[in-house]
Design a protein around this ligand. Structure first.
Ligand SMILES: Cc1cc2nc3c(=O)[nH]c(=O)nc-3n(C[C@H](O)[C@H](O)[C@H](O)COP(=O)(O)O)c2cc1C
Length: 182
């Protein structure tokens, strides 16, 4: 095996996409408000970074309309959808058309930053933009979490293998052992 990995090419995009589509994630809607207007998109590229400080990241495609608004406003909310909110996921993914009001569906409120918060989301992370790191077609937005909300017991909407999916609980079969982790 070559010891100089830096000379090796990355796999083609189609090969990468086929493999990464097997990675299942919670479906989120990333929102912001700028000059009195609300913006948002559906995203699964969301990840916790650290708990101290409370920080997460979101990867947003630069070609979308919401991208510039997120960067300019310096604030965003990550709304983790429940499995009943698949319609909201599709609307914020642009499947309802370009000209519709994406916020017409659901009840929207605010926490600290003023970014729109979906009241009955499984969880909401209200963030101040801490850092924006450009990565080819996307920008990785790091957010410092200034406020949260969550509804325990709500199963989150999932997306993987090119389908919206539901969470199915699997219990470990260790006699007397834990059936929950974390
Ligand atoms: C399940 C799912 C996950 C998505 N994840 C992301 C994501 O992580 N980042 C992103 O930039 N777009 C993602 N998209 C695409 C955007 O939601 C879509 O392009 C949307 O129309 C962008 O809206 P905008 O142009 O108004 O910003 C995803 C779409 C779907 C259906």
């Amino acid at each position: 095996m070559s010891s100089d990995l830096s000379t090796l090419p990355s796999v083609p995009a189609a090969e990468y996409i086929a493999a990464v589509s097997q990675h299942v994630s919670s479906v989120c809607v990333i929102t912001t408000e700028l000059d009195g207007h609300r913006y948002g998109l559906t995203a699964t590229a969301v990840c916790s970074v650290t708990a101290e400080p409370a920080r997460l990241l979101v990867c947003v495609n630069k070609s979308g309309t919401t991208h510039a608004k997120l960067v300019e406003s310096g604030r965003f909310c990550v709304n983790v959808l429940t499995e009943e909110q698949d319609k909201i996921a599709m609307i914020f993914a642009g499947m309802g058309g370009k000209d519709i009001d994406r916020f017409a569906e659901g009840h929207w409120t605010r926490l600290t930053t003023g970014a729109p918060v979906l009241s009955d989301a499984a969880a909401a992370f209200d963030c101040r933009l801490a850092e924006a790191c450009e990565q080819s077609s996307h920008t990785v937005l790091f957010g410092d979490v200034l406020a949260t909300a969550h509804r325990s017991g709500q199963d989150t909407l999932l997306y993987g293998a090119r389908r919206f999916r539901q969470l199915r609980k699997v219990f470990a079969m260790h006699p007397g052992g834990p059936d929950e982790y974390l």
